[in-house]
Design a protein around this ligand. Sequence first.
Ligand SMILES: Nc1ncnc2c1ncn2[C@@H]1O[C@H](COP(=O)(O)OP(=O)(O)O)[C@@H](O)[C@H]1O
Ligand SMILES: N[C@@H](CCC(=O)OP(=O)(O)O)C(=O)O
Length: 368
Amino acid sequence: MSDRDAIVKARRIVVKAGSSSLTTPQGTIDANRIDALVDVLADRRGNGTEIVFVSSGAIAAGLGPLGLTRRPPDLATQQAAASVGQGLLFARYTSSFARYGTTVGQVLLTADDMMRRSHHRNAQRTLAQLLALGVLPIVNENDTVATDEIRFGDNDRLAALVAHLTRADALVLLSDVDALYTGDPRRPGARRIEEVRSPADLEGIELGGSGRVGTGGMVTKVEAARIAGIPVVLTNAASAAHALAGRPVGTLFHPADVRRRSTRHLWLAHATTGQGRVTLDAGAVEAVVRRGKSLLPAGVTGVEGDFAAGDPVDLCDAAGRVVARGLVHYDASEIPELMGRSTRWLARELGPEYEREIIHRDDLVVLS
Ligand SMILES: Nc1ncnc2c1ncn2[C@@H]1O[C@H](COP(=O)(O)OP(=O)(O)O)[C@@H](O)[C@H]1O
Ligand SMILES: N[C@@H](CCC(=O)OP(=O)(O)O)C(=O)O
């Protein structure tokens, strides 16, 4: 079965639409385009396919009502715009899907929901139950409470992780551009890439930034395709029906092998930024990278940054090369007095609560 056939036969599909496909240049929801996309999704659903829809556009749809003409640079105004826009978007989806008798459920996720085991299971259960009840989940990042430090920012990688979370068979990314091109399609000479089979197919391709209201541009779409581990089609919203029908539109990304990685590990590797750095001695690098062990205080030689317990931090070797990333169990300020000490010594001198790892192996992903 070809990967285009796999999209036709998929029983569960994650479809993601970008801000530019759902909103107008005036910063309002684009009701006509939303209705047209809902028509396509409802049609596919009518064939018995379960759809999980990841919708961007909360910030973009909130701009007009707030009298703004462009995406604000500061987080607080973005959060406010998202708060206004998300409600308007969801109201539109509710009424648009009601034309087909379809009930929709709003699912707003934070990066933490992908990362922390308990939250992760919770999100997974909610999505599974919505699908079991015949509800179409509409997912977005919970932008109103997301902060710069711990935020997806773009919905492409979120969609890939949602595909893992829901064990979807295919992912369709809808943007304002009809495919991946060899360079920015706004410039002459850019050619459409029909298929991406391996990272080698991406060599020499210029992955540019986003359009007027989007975030992440092509970089995060290609990254999403790499994370997804299922067939991915990237095209524009107008070609959604063709993409779902297996027609040769857009760019088809054949699945990369990511089966051995959990969603949390994929999140850590691809969707977080280290909030600081911890330097490891050679023995600790060997233990963490080669033997899959937890990072103990004894193997730490240095710390940089101002992170808090629970933040993602980069683990570096003595040459400063990042070898892994993990969720740290201590604040940055606590680490200097623990460095180089055995856990037994720490428990005896500082108390039993200091007998824990700097980073537990379950919260750690090797990057080198
Ligand atoms: N190599 C490329 N191929 C296709 N599009 C590209 C490329 N480089 C940059 N782009 C730009 O990426 C934009 C889509 O990204 P983005 O604005 O984040 O979309 P969305 O809001 O749909 O997620 C397009 O408008 C396009 O101009
Ligand atoms: N969660 C954000 C999405 C951020 C964004 O712009 O994403 P995208 O348009 O998919 O590149 C929102 O709803 O505004």
